[in-house]
Design a protein around this ligand. Structure first.
Ligand code: NAD
Length: 421
């Protein structure tokens, strides 16, 4: 199955458990619109180079579409559509007035100078300037994009429309209308979701060992929060290699300082190198995939020793692996809840930009917990009620919320009643 079909199979699974009108499923089966562009960029050596780029608005029933822009050499239209599909359900799980969107540029950012990266980002803003907009489609950061990139895109968009419009994009630097608390929001959301369910798993912070696959923005903030509660971070990996603590747990400050200096985790003080396969199979209580899609599949799922998997990444577990893990009694806290903290604080940023009134960080943290914790509780209750996994329960919750809005526009039943009258 391709990535998009795999993602849609989760929707079909959820629909089997509730009474959903076929009109609703028909609307959610395909993206509303996807725009492809070729970005022609002047490189530092004077040559011109083309980069493939996309933006997809999957569904805007609940509001303007929302989702990050990914810069990655392997990104393609199908991946962008799938990520936009996940965003549709994630925004609904978090109770946000947004639909789902996503964008991407096929590029290896490590091969670009900073000036080339800026020109590429501004060219993206130009190419998609009629597709995005504060009431239409609001991008944000994703893999290999950060607040500086968001600031360039906001600036370029503002110059195209003739005035600043910070609400066109979120994840901006605070000085350019960004929100306090956005930097660690995804990691914090994962941390809150895990905490909310910890008792159900019979786990306690001080005796829980945690391993991370991927150690970028989402993972490093989550690791810091977990570690400050006493969780033991015992292993981690990035695209260049994997490490495990020689002692009881990793010294996070030393590991992050080493990564900042050398660009890699490997060789951090107090650690030994392990293979990426060993990281997935590491002897721990909680495994946190925080890199890319399809990392836990039918080949390595049987090796997982963790009791709980918290999906900080989007789509890190394939449906085949899901079935293997469920049989083995491993509980998965699904991505559309576990990493919804980022888009939730992005929503706060959009609200603050539109109101021109900025909130202190304490408000952001409180509001984030106020939005995510009831969703986590609702998902747990639905899972118990229907006897399904937390993932299926999360899709049921999202589907119910989207379906209510689609049905409010009239389903087949409504129109056939009008006919009879
Ligand atoms: P990032 O670029 O900051 O970090 C990605 C990390 O993954 C890096 O450490 C990289 O080295 C590592 N990595 C890449 N390939 C790997 C591999 N094969 N094995 C091990 N590690 C690998 O990105 P991020 O923003 O932290 O995003 C990570 C995941 O979280 C993505 O799936 C993203 O879609 C998801 N996510 C991020 C946010 C956010 O706000 N940052 C929000 C929601 C979801």
């Amino acid at each position: 199955m391709d990535l998009f079909s795999k993602a849609r199979s989760r929707l079909d699974e959820a629909a089997r458990h509730i009474d959903i009108h076929s009109d609703v499923l028909e609307k959610l089966r395909y993206p509303k619109e996807t725009l492809a562009a070729n970005l022609l960029v002047r490189m530092d050596d004077g040559s011109r180079k083309s980069f493939k780029a996309w933006r997809c608005r999957y569904d805007d029933t609940l509001g303007p579409t929302k989702g990050g822009i990914r810069y990655h050499p392997a990104v393609n239209m199908e991946e962008v559509m799938t990520l936009a599909f996940w965003m549709t359900f994630k925004c609904a799980v978090a109770g946000l007035p947004f639909g789902g969107g996503k964008g991407g540029i096929q590029v290896d950012t490590k091969t670009l100078s900073k000036a080339e990266l800026e020109r590429l980002s501004r060219t993206y803003a130009h190419a998609f300037s009629r597709f995005i907009g504060p009431d239409r489609d609001i991008p944000a950061p994703d893999v290999s994009t950060n607040s500086i990139v968001m600031g360039w895109i906001a600036d370029e968009y503002g110059s195209i429309i003739g005035h600043p419009s910070p609400a066109v994009i979120t994840g901006k630097p605070i000085a350019l209308g960004g929100s306090r608390g956005r930097e660690d929001a995804t990691g914090r959301g994962g941390y809150l979701s895990l905490h909310r369910m910890l008792d159900d798993f019979g786990l306690k912070p001080h005796s829980s060992r945690v391993a991370f696959q991927g150690f970028g923005n989402a993972a490093s903030h989550c690791a810091r929060l977990l570690s400050s509660d006493g969780f033991k971070i015992v292993a981690a990996s990035d695209s260049r290699g994997a490490i495990a603590a020689k002692g009881d747990h990793l010294d996070l400050d030393a590991v992050l300082a080493h990564k900042q200096q050398s660009g890699a985790l490997d060789g951090a003080p107090g650690t030994r190198s392990i293979s990426p396969a060993d990281l997935i199979a590491y002897d721990c209580d909680i495994l946190i995939p925080a890199a890319l899609e399809n990392q836990i599949n039918q080949n390595n799922a049987p090796t997982v020793q963790a009791k709980v998997i918290l999906e900080l990444a989007n789509g890190p577990i394939t449906p085949e692996a899901d079935a293997i893990l469920e049989k083995a009694g491993v509980t998965v806290i699904p991505d559309i809840l576990a990493n919804a903290g980022g888009v939730t604080v992005s929503y706060f940023e959009w609200v603050q930009n539109r109101a021109g009134f900025y909130w202190p960080e304490s408000d952001i943290r409180q509001r984030l917990a106020d939005m995510l914790e009831p969703s986590a509780d609702a998902i747990r209750d639905l899972a118990r009620h229907h006897g399904v996994s937390l993932r299926t329960a999360a899709y049921i919750l999202a589907l119910k919320r989207i379906a209510t809005a689609i049905a409010a526009q009239g389903t087949q039943d409504f129109f056939s009643q009008v006919e009879r009258r």
